[in-house]
Design a binder for this molecule. Structure first.
Ligand SMILES: C[S@@+](CC[C@H](N)C(=O)[O-])C[C@H]1O[C@@H](n2cnc3c(N)ncnc32)[C@H](O)[C@@H]1O
Length: 231
C-alpha cells in the first residue's frame, strides 16, 4: 500500500495545495495556524513536521520560529517535498525524504513534532497509528510537544451528516477534476468519514505514551487539533 500511496500523492502533488484551498474555502490554512501557534509555544530550536507534503504546516511553523529555530520537513513522496522547497517558496524548511514508520533521526532529537491532515493517510488501523505515534514520541525530547491537526467527526449527528455529504459530493469530483487524479481524490475522500472521533484519537495518543493530552475542535468539529507531551 505504501508504494501505491506514494504514487497517489505524486499524482496530486502539483495541484495539491490549490485543491485544498478550493475544497475548504481557504479554511485549511486557518486551521493550521492555531496548530502552529500551539506548537510554537513549546519553544526549542529543532522542530519536525512529518508527512509535510507541500509544506503548508512547515511554513506556518517557520513564520513563528525564532531566528535560531530550524524546521525539518519529512515526507516519503519526493514530488510533494519538491513543492515544499521549490523556487516559488520564500520560506523553506529543511526537507528530508523518509517514512514516518521509521524516522531517520536519533531518539530525543526534537522539541516539537507536528502533523497536519496526514494522520488518516498513514493508516486507519488503531495499532498502526499507535506504533507511529510511538515513533513520533521516540524522536521527541522529554517534555517535547506533539501536535496533530486532522479532519475529525463533528459531535452533532446533523453536522456530521452534512459534513460527510459535502465530502462525498465535492472532494472526489472537484479534486479529481483539478488534479487529473481520480484515484487520488477517491482515496482522500474515502478516509475522511472513516477517521476517529477526537476522544478516540486522544486514547490512541495515550496508548502511544503521550501525557497531558488535550484537543480543540475546529469548524464545528470537522477538524481537530490534538496536543500531547512526551513525559
Ligand atoms: C494529505 S497530505 C498532507 C500534507 C501536509 N501535511 C498538509 O498539511 O497539507 C499527506 C502527506 O503525507 C505523506 N505520507 C503519507 N504516509 C506517509 C508515510 N508513511 N511516511 C511519510 N510520508 C507519508 C504523503 O506523501 C503526503 O505528502
Amino acid at each position: 500500500m505504501s508504494d501505491r500511496l506514494k504514487e497517489l500523492f505524486a499524482e496530486v502533488a502539483p495541484t495539491y495545495e490549490r485543491v485544498n484551498h478550493i475544497l475548504t474555502f481557504g479554511l485549511d490554512r486557518l486551521w493550521r495556524r492555531p496548530a502552529a501557534r500551539w506548537g510554537a509555544r513549546s519553544g526549542g530550536r529543532l522542530w519536525l513536521d512529518v508527512c509535510s507534503g507541500s509544506g503548508d504546516m512547515a511554513r506556518a511553523l517557520l513564520r513563528r520560529a525564532s531566528g535560531e529555530t530550524r524546521v525539518v520537513a519529512v515526507d516519503f513522496c519526493l514530488p510533494m517535498l519538491k513543492q515544499a522547497v521549490g523556487s516559488g517558496q520564500a520560506l523553506r524548511p529543511l526537507a528530508v525524504g523518509g517514512n514516518v514508520r521509521g524516522l531517520p533521526f536519533p531518539e530525543a532529537t526534537f522539541d516539537l513534532v507536528t502533523i497536519s491532515f496526514a494522520t488518516r493517510n498513514i493508516n486507519l488501523s488503531r495499532s498502526v497509528l499507535e506504533d507511529t505515534f510511538r515513533e513520533f514520541r521516540r524522536v521527541l525530547k522529554p517534555g517535547g510537544v506533539f501536535i496533530n491537526v486532522e479532519t475529525s467527526q463533528p459531535r452533532s449527528r446533523l453536522v456530521r451528516s452534512l459534513f460527510h455529504v459535502y465530502v462525498k459530493a465535492a472532494v472526489k469530483p472537484i479534486g479529481s477534476r483539478i488534479s487529473g487524479s481520480q484515484p487520488g481524490y477517491a482515496y482522500l475522500a474515502s478516509t475522511i468519514p472513516r477517521f476517529y472521533r477526537p476522544e478516540e484519537l486522544a486514547r490512541i495518543l495515550e496508548g502511544a505514551g503521550f501525557s497531558g493530552i488535550s484537543w480543540r475542535p475546529l469548524f464545528w468539529g470537522a477538524a481537530a487539533i490534538h496536543r500531547g507531551i512526551k513525559p
